[in-house]
Write a protein that binds this ligand. Structure first.
Ligand SMILES: NC(=O)c1ccc[n+]([C@@H]2O[C@H](COP(=O)([O-])OP(=O)(O)OC[C@H]3O[C@@H](n4cnc5c(N)ncnc54)[C@H](OP(=O)(O)O)[C@@H]3O)[C@@H](O)[C@H]2O)c1
Length: 293
């Protein structure tokens, strides 16, 4: 059986891949920084020699968007230098590399959903590091870069879990309504990645390198997203729409980050769920996990 190495496996996306791995026709090796620190080139070389992966899914990243403004060097070390290490190791073993990127590589000024060939113009250190990482990955012909947006999961910390907690503690919350994008359930993204790897592996689809956009379907603001989270959790907390200027953050975020998914749908024949139905599924899973505890 072909082998998939997952880095950053304790994060949101890595954990979803682990959950789905039981039903996938691959052998998996899951690593996080304790088993394989991808910033360590020697550790990568040794690990790859041992494991000889056919596919590498790089879920490891520095994802603290605001902190990256003051920790630029660390963000670049994890997001860019480490991807260079993975490219070197992948090329020595002829492995496919699947690198995950973000809508934060764009400036958010587009009037229509971003396509893969649109020019990047990141506004934050995190976005700049992820754009540089894309170039590192794309220097290797056996790489796929999948850009996604507003990732959430039952694993780890994210907007959905924060809203549920605050919704239980407070009577009202202010949430920005002038940043628009698409939430993405990491389980859906994990499933799409495994479907692509499976189709390449079985020969059902020819490998096509390059950038692909994947988020859930639909469009909303963070305000709409928060309202939906409250409604689905039957929380009374009232959500008030505010402007970004009323909620200053160290990192600038794109006002518009909607991704056009036509390419991934046609090239790899991937079906995509609407963000609201995926949010419903995630909240059901969370509730089931809480009942089981
Ligand atoms: N989260 C979002 O909203 C979002 C949106 C668009 C795109 N993305 C991209 O999607 C991908 C997955 O994101 P995610 O939310 O699943 O990230 P995450 O939950 O922050 O997980 C990242 C994982 O990587 C680990 N890691 C950090 N440094 C490492 C190193 N040197 N070696 C190995 N592992 C290391 C982290 O460990 P520690 O926790 O110990 O640092 C963590 O377990 C990332 O590429 C991210 O940029 C995320």
């Amino acid at each position: 059986m072909k082998k998939i190495l997952v880095t950053g496996a304790k994060g949101q996306l890595g954990s979803e891949l682990k959950k789905l791995s039981k039903d996938a026709k691959f052998d998996f090796v899951f690593t996080d920084v304790d088993e394989l620190d991808i910033t360590d080139i020697q550790a990568c070389a040794t690990f790859f020699d041992e494991v000889k992966p056919d596919f590498v899914i790089n879920c490891a990243a520095y994802t603290a968007v605001d902190k990256a403004e003051s920790e630029k060097r660390l963000a670049w070390k994890i997001n860019v230098d480490a991807v260079k290490n993975l490219v070197i190791s992948c090329s020595l073993h002829d492995s496919y590399l699947i690198q995950i990127s973000t809508d934060y590589v764009f400036d958010g000024k587009s009037p229509t959903p971003y396509v893969e060939r649109d020019l990047v113009a990141p506004q934050s250190e995190y976005g700049k590091s992820k754009a540089a990482a894309e170039l590192e990955a794309l220097s290797y012909p056996k790489s796929l870069v999948i850009r996604t947006s507003w990732l959430y999961s039952t694993f780890g910390n994210n907007f959905v879990k924060t809203m549920i907690r605050l919704g239980q503690e407070r009577k009202s919350l202010d949430v920005v309504f002038d940043q628009v994008g698409t939430p993405t359930y990491a389980e859906d993204l994990a499933s799409a990645i495994l479907a692509i790897a499976g189709k390449i592996n079985s020969g059902e689809k020819k490998f096509v390198a390059g950038i692909f956009h994947y988020s859930n379907e639909g469009v909303c603001s963070w305000y709409d997203f928060a309202c939906a989270i409250m409604k689905l959790n039957e929380l009374e907390c009232k959500i008030y729409p505010i402007e970004t200027s009323d909620y200053p953050t160290p990192a600038k975020r794109p006002k518009y980050g909607v991704l056009n998914k036509a390419k991934i749908k046609s090239v790899y024949e991937i079906d995509i769920n609407h963000w609201f139905s995926s949010l419903e599924r995630m909240i059901d899973s969370l509730n089931r996990m809480e009942t089981a505890e």
